[in-house]
Write a protein that binds this ligand. Structure first.
Ligand code: SAM
Length: 210
Protein backbone atom coordinates (compact mmCIF):
# COMPACT_ATOMS: atom_id res chain seq x y z
CA UNK A 1 0.00 0.00 0.00
CA UNK A 2 1.44 3.42 -0.95
CA UNK A 3 1.58 5.33 2.32
CA UNK A 4 3.74 8.38 2.09
CA UNK A 5 3.24 10.56 -1.04
CA UNK A 6 2.16 13.43 1.24
CA UNK A 7 5.55 13.41 2.97
CA UNK A 8 7.38 13.63 -0.36
CA UNK A 9 4.99 16.29 -1.71
CA UNK A 10 5.85 18.50 1.24
CA UNK A 11 9.57 17.83 0.85
CA UNK A 12 9.79 18.14 -2.95
CA UNK A 13 10.94 21.77 -3.25
CA UNK A 14 13.54 21.40 -0.51
CA UNK A 15 14.69 18.05 -1.95
CA UNK A 16 15.20 19.64 -5.37
CA UNK A 17 17.55 22.24 -3.87
CA UNK A 18 19.61 19.80 -1.79
CA UNK A 19 23.15 19.28 -3.06
CA UNK A 20 24.16 15.70 -3.82
CA UNK A 21 25.67 14.24 -0.66
CA UNK A 22 28.65 12.57 -2.36
CA UNK A 23 29.21 14.01 -5.86
CA UNK A 24 32.15 11.69 -6.62
CA UNK A 25 30.12 8.58 -5.81
CA UNK A 26 27.14 9.93 -7.77
CA UNK A 27 29.26 10.54 -10.88
CA UNK A 28 30.81 7.08 -10.55
CA UNK A 29 27.33 5.46 -10.42
CA UNK A 30 26.17 7.48 -13.45
CA UNK A 31 29.26 6.37 -15.39
CA UNK A 32 28.90 2.69 -14.40
CA UNK A 33 25.26 2.81 -15.49
CA UNK A 34 25.94 4.57 -18.77
CA UNK A 35 28.58 2.04 -19.82
CA UNK A 36 25.69 -0.50 -19.85
CA UNK A 37 23.29 1.66 -21.84
CA UNK A 38 22.66 1.34 -25.56
CA UNK A 39 20.92 3.94 -27.76
CA UNK A 40 17.92 1.66 -28.44
CA UNK A 41 17.14 0.86 -24.79
CA UNK A 42 13.73 1.25 -23.13
CA UNK A 43 14.29 2.23 -19.49
CA UNK A 44 11.98 2.44 -16.48
CA UNK A 45 12.94 4.47 -13.42
CA UNK A 46 10.86 3.96 -10.28
CA UNK A 47 10.80 6.62 -7.56
CA UNK A 48 12.48 9.12 -9.89
CA UNK A 49 12.00 12.08 -7.55
CA UNK A 50 12.84 15.39 -9.23
CA UNK A 51 14.08 13.63 -12.35
CA UNK A 52 17.73 14.73 -12.24
CA UNK A 53 19.21 11.30 -12.87
CA UNK A 54 16.75 10.42 -15.65
CA UNK A 55 17.60 13.71 -17.37
CA UNK A 56 21.33 12.92 -17.28
CA UNK A 57 20.75 9.39 -18.64
CA UNK A 58 18.20 10.35 -21.30
CA UNK A 59 20.67 11.11 -24.14
CA UNK A 60 22.15 7.60 -23.75
CA UNK A 61 18.95 5.59 -24.32
CA UNK A 62 15.89 5.64 -26.55
CA UNK A 63 13.21 6.30 -23.94
CA UNK A 64 12.78 6.56 -20.17
CA UNK A 65 9.48 6.06 -18.36
CA UNK A 66 10.02 7.73 -14.99
CA UNK A 67 7.42 7.24 -12.24
CA UNK A 68 7.01 8.66 -8.75
CA UNK A 69 3.93 8.80 -6.56
CA UNK A 70 4.63 12.39 -5.48
CA UNK A 71 2.91 14.85 -7.81
CA UNK A 72 5.16 17.68 -6.60
CA UNK A 73 8.31 15.70 -7.38
CA UNK A 74 6.96 14.94 -10.86
CA UNK A 75 6.01 18.60 -11.46
CA UNK A 76 9.61 19.63 -10.73
CA UNK A 77 10.94 16.77 -12.89
CA UNK A 78 8.79 17.83 -15.86
CA UNK A 79 9.91 21.43 -15.51
CA UNK A 80 13.58 20.41 -15.32
CA UNK A 81 13.31 18.18 -18.39
CA UNK A 82 11.63 20.99 -20.35
CA UNK A 83 14.37 23.42 -19.30
CA UNK A 84 17.02 20.90 -20.34
CA UNK A 85 15.31 20.33 -23.70
CA UNK A 86 14.99 16.61 -22.99
CA UNK A 87 12.06 15.05 -24.84
CA UNK A 88 12.50 11.28 -24.46
CA UNK A 89 11.33 10.94 -20.85
CA UNK A 90 7.69 10.42 -19.87
CA UNK A 91 7.19 11.38 -16.23
CA UNK A 92 4.16 9.84 -14.51
CA UNK A 93 2.57 10.34 -11.11
CA UNK A 94 2.33 6.68 -10.23
CA UNK A 95 2.87 4.37 -7.27
CA UNK A 96 5.00 1.33 -7.85
CA UNK A 97 2.35 -1.08 -6.57
CA UNK A 98 -0.37 0.30 -8.85
CA UNK A 99 1.88 0.78 -11.88
CA UNK A 100 0.66 -1.21 -14.86
CA UNK A 101 3.19 -2.64 -17.28
CA UNK A 102 3.59 -5.61 -19.52
CA UNK A 103 6.01 -8.37 -18.57
CA UNK A 104 9.35 -8.42 -20.42
CA UNK A 105 9.07 -4.76 -21.42
CA UNK A 106 12.19 -2.92 -20.27
CA UNK A 107 15.89 -3.24 -21.06
CA UNK A 108 16.80 -1.61 -17.75
CA UNK A 109 15.02 -0.65 -14.53
CA UNK A 110 16.54 1.98 -12.24
CA UNK A 111 15.62 2.17 -8.55
CA UNK A 112 17.69 4.81 -6.79
CA UNK A 113 17.28 5.53 -3.08
CA UNK A 114 13.78 4.09 -3.07
CA UNK A 115 13.71 0.41 -2.17
CA UNK A 116 14.15 1.01 1.58
CA UNK A 117 10.90 3.01 1.33
CA UNK A 118 8.53 0.47 -0.17
CA UNK A 119 6.08 -1.63 1.76
CA UNK A 120 7.50 -4.98 0.72
CA UNK A 121 10.73 -4.90 -1.28
CA UNK A 122 10.38 -8.60 -2.10
CA UNK A 123 7.18 -7.80 -4.03
CA UNK A 124 8.88 -4.86 -5.74
CA UNK A 125 11.89 -6.97 -6.71
CA UNK A 126 9.56 -9.60 -8.17
CA UNK A 127 7.73 -6.91 -10.15
CA UNK A 128 11.00 -5.43 -11.47
CA UNK A 129 12.15 -8.90 -12.49
CA UNK A 130 8.88 -9.51 -14.34
CA UNK A 131 9.00 -6.15 -16.16
CA UNK A 132 12.55 -6.66 -17.42
CA UNK A 133 13.29 -8.39 -20.68
CA UNK A 134 15.48 -11.51 -20.42
CA UNK A 135 19.03 -10.17 -20.06
CA UNK A 136 17.69 -6.83 -18.78
CA UNK A 137 19.53 -4.77 -16.17
CA UNK A 138 18.41 -3.80 -12.69
CA UNK A 139 20.38 -0.79 -11.41
CA UNK A 140 19.83 0.10 -7.78
CA UNK A 141 21.27 2.32 -5.11
CA UNK A 142 19.79 1.35 -1.78
CA UNK A 143 20.00 2.74 1.72
CA UNK A 144 20.60 -0.15 4.11
CA UNK A 145 19.24 1.14 7.40
CA UNK A 146 19.97 -2.20 9.06
CA UNK A 147 23.65 -1.20 8.88
CA UNK A 148 23.36 2.13 10.69
CA UNK A 149 24.31 2.27 14.36
CA UNK A 150 21.99 0.38 16.70
CA UNK A 151 21.67 3.64 18.67
CA UNK A 152 20.27 5.58 15.71
CA UNK A 153 17.74 2.97 14.59
CA UNK A 154 15.09 3.48 17.32
CA UNK A 155 14.79 7.18 16.51
CA UNK A 156 14.18 6.46 12.82
CA UNK A 157 11.79 3.61 13.63
CA UNK A 158 9.82 5.90 15.97
CA UNK A 159 9.73 8.73 13.37
CA UNK A 160 8.47 6.31 10.76
CA UNK A 161 5.85 4.81 13.12
CA UNK A 162 4.64 8.30 14.08
CA UNK A 163 4.57 9.26 10.38
CA UNK A 164 6.93 12.18 10.89
CA UNK A 165 9.17 10.23 8.50
CA UNK A 166 8.02 8.12 5.55
CA UNK A 167 7.65 4.38 5.78
CA UNK A 168 11.17 3.01 6.35
CA UNK A 169 12.42 -0.55 6.07
CA UNK A 170 15.48 -1.81 7.88
CA UNK A 171 17.72 -4.37 6.22
CA UNK A 172 21.48 -4.77 5.90
CA UNK A 173 23.53 -4.64 2.70
CA UNK A 174 24.20 -8.37 3.04
CA UNK A 175 20.46 -9.06 3.34
CA UNK A 176 19.83 -6.82 0.35
CA UNK A 177 22.31 -8.68 -1.84
CA UNK A 178 20.69 -11.96 -0.75
CA UNK A 179 17.20 -10.69 -1.56
CA UNK A 180 18.19 -9.36 -4.99
CA UNK A 181 19.85 -12.68 -5.80
CA UNK A 182 16.86 -14.66 -4.50
CA UNK A 183 14.60 -12.59 -6.78
CA UNK A 184 16.40 -14.14 -9.75
CA UNK A 185 19.12 -11.60 -10.53
CA UNK A 186 22.83 -12.21 -10.92
CA UNK A 187 24.93 -9.39 -9.54
CA UNK A 188 27.38 -8.00 -12.06
CA UNK A 189 28.70 -4.97 -10.18
CA UNK A 190 28.57 -4.13 -6.48
CA UNK A 191 29.87 -1.01 -4.73
CA UNK A 192 29.43 -0.27 -1.04
CA UNK A 193 29.89 3.30 0.14
CA UNK A 194 32.61 3.70 2.77
CA UNK A 195 30.86 6.78 4.17
CA UNK A 196 27.14 5.92 4.17
CA UNK A 197 24.96 2.80 4.52
CA UNK A 198 24.38 2.71 0.79
CA UNK A 199 24.96 -0.07 -1.72
CA UNK A 200 24.98 0.28 -5.52
CA UNK A 201 24.26 -2.82 -7.62
CA UNK A 202 24.04 -3.59 -11.29
CA UNK A 203 22.24 -6.91 -11.58
CA UNK A 204 20.98 -8.89 -14.53
CA UNK A 205 17.91 -10.98 -15.27
CA UNK A 206 18.98 -14.20 -16.90
CA UNK A 207 18.87 -14.07 -20.68
CA UNK A 208 16.54 -16.43 -22.56
CA UNK A 209 19.44 -18.75 -23.26
CA UNK A 210 20.28 -18.71 -19.52
C1 SAM B 1 14.71 9.47 -1.41
S1 SAM B 1 13.74 9.96 -2.80
C2 SAM B 1 14.80 9.44 -4.13
C3 SAM B 1 14.50 10.17 -5.40
C4 SAM B 1 15.49 9.86 -6.55
N1 SAM B 1 15.40 8.48 -6.97
C5 SAM B 1 16.88 10.20 -6.12
O1 SAM B 1 17.74 9.29 -6.02
O2 SAM B 1 17.14 11.40 -5.88
C6 SAM B 1 12.51 8.71 -2.83
C7 SAM B 1 11.46 8.96 -3.90
O3 SAM B 1 10.68 7.79 -4.03
C8 SAM B 1 9.33 8.14 -4.15
N2 SAM B 1 8.55 6.97 -3.69
C9 SAM B 1 8.61 6.38 -2.48
N3 SAM B 1 7.80 5.31 -2.43
C10 SAM B 1 7.21 5.23 -3.65
C11 SAM B 1 6.27 4.34 -4.22
N4 SAM B 1 5.76 3.31 -3.52
N5 SAM B 1 5.88 4.54 -5.51
C12 SAM B 1 6.41 5.57 -6.23
N6 SAM B 1 7.30 6.46 -5.73
C13 SAM B 1 7.71 6.28 -4.47
C14 SAM B 1 9.17 9.39 -3.31
O4 SAM B 1 8.06 10.16 -3.70
C15 SAM B 1 10.50 10.10 -3.58
O5 SAM B 1 10.42 10.96 -4.67
Amino acid sequence: MDRSPGFWNLLAKRYSRQPIADETAYQMKLAKTQTRFKPDMQVLEIGCGTGSTAIVHAPHVQHIRAVDYSKNMIAIARQRAAEAGVTNIDFEVQGIDAMAAEADTYDAVLALNILHLVDDHHDTLAKIHRLLRPGGLFVSSTVCLGDISKAAQPLLRAGSALRVLPLLRFFSADQWVGDVTAAGFSIEDEWRSPTSPSIFLIAKKASAAG
